[in-house]
Design a binder for this molecule. Structure first.
Ligand code: HPA
Length: 302
């Protein structure tokens, strides 16, 4: 087996006990365990600043946590209340292109599970493969194509730990239908229906943006938008039984012809994120407000 420096399969999951140790460390330091986890992609970092009674941890403080290396992605977990719901925001995620093995990319998700998180909300920046999507538009993720996953770069590769989930999980209903419908209604209410779409997100490994031939290929596969994150975290969240919501901010068009001059770079991606940060924040905040949790151990109403 492919061995990493720590003597375990390079691709495999972190041991359950390590996730437990991290979860326990966090639980000892927070007031209220979170029900909702939000991964703040480009443009959503400021959401974490709106949490009330925040408790902030730098990734470097947290046992077993990886550290973020990308400009524009800080590395903090912020715990607090949003719309009276107990949340944790991940400011800065881990990407495969940074060189992280997939168990590190998805380690926080398993820690969230052990903290009691029931809903994962994931945001990202993505390039448009769809004629009708423009930079600044939003795409509610209906489904994904996990390109690295299809080629065995899957976070569930390796021995399965049944305490997290089954060996062969189904992904057919991964992106929660009710949350998607509610998000569309919120976009409408915010007057943004014309720039909000629902579509298929394709994850590629990056860090280069796509060649023209690759873009045409992905579009033919049925992808509406392409980005370099999200699928691993979502696969692990679904594996361990969380409800998932995904939102892409379209930051650029992906060139599908040699004649068109579509230039994309990391700073233009961040710039669109900045311009749209308020809208993203409002949509996610309203969506958090809409979520109702069943009170456990309570008799159902007669
Ligand atoms: N391709 C891949 N990832 C991206 C893009 C893109 O065009 N835009 C933002 N993230």
């Amino acid at each position: 087996m492919d061995q990493g420096a720590e003597g375990r399969c390079w691709h495999c999951s972190r041991r359950y006990e390590d996730c437990e140790e991290t979860a326990r460390w966090l639980l000892d330091r927070i007031q209220c365990p979170p029900d909702i986890a939000i991964i703040c992609g480009s443009g959503l970092g400021l959401l974490a600043e709106t949490l009330s009674s925040p408790k902030i941890f730098n990734y470097s403080q947290i046992p077993h946590f990886p550290e973020s290396t990308v400009v524009g992605h800080s590395g903090q977990l912020v715990f607090g209340a949003l719309q009276d719901k107990s949340c944790v925001c991940m400011k800065g995620r881990f990407h495969v292109y940074e060189g992280y093995p997939l168990w590190k990319v998805t380690f926080p998700i398993r820690v969230f599970k052990l903290l009691g998180v029931k809903v994962l909300m994931v945001t990202n920046a993505a390039g448009s493969l769809c004629e009708t999507y423009r930079p600044g538009d939003l795409m509610i993720i209906r489904d994904h194509i996990n390109m690295p996953g299809l080629a065995a770069l899957n976070p569930l590769r390796g021995p399965n730990d049944d305490r997290f989930g089954p060996r062969f999980p189904s992904l057919w209903d991964t992106y929660d239908r009710d949350l998607r419908i509610t998000a569309l209604e919120i976009a409408q209410k915010l007057g943004q229906a014309n720039l909000t779409h629902e579509g298929v997100y394709c994850m590629v490994g990056g860090p280069n943006f796509e060649s023209v031939a690759e873009a045409k290929f992905l579009q033919k596969l049925g992808a509406d938008a392409v980005g370099m994150s999200t699928a691993p975290e979502v696969v692990v969240a679904k594996h361990c039984g969380m409800r998932v919501f995904g939102l892409s901010l379209i930051t650029n068009r992906v060139a599908q012809a040699y004649e068109t001059q579509e230039s994309v770079n990391h700073s233009s991606v961040l710039e669109v994120g900045k311009q749209r940060s308020q809208l993203l924040q409002m949509l996610i905040t309203d969506l958090v407000r809409s979520i109702q949790f069943k009170v456990e151990n309570q008799e159902p109403a007669a």
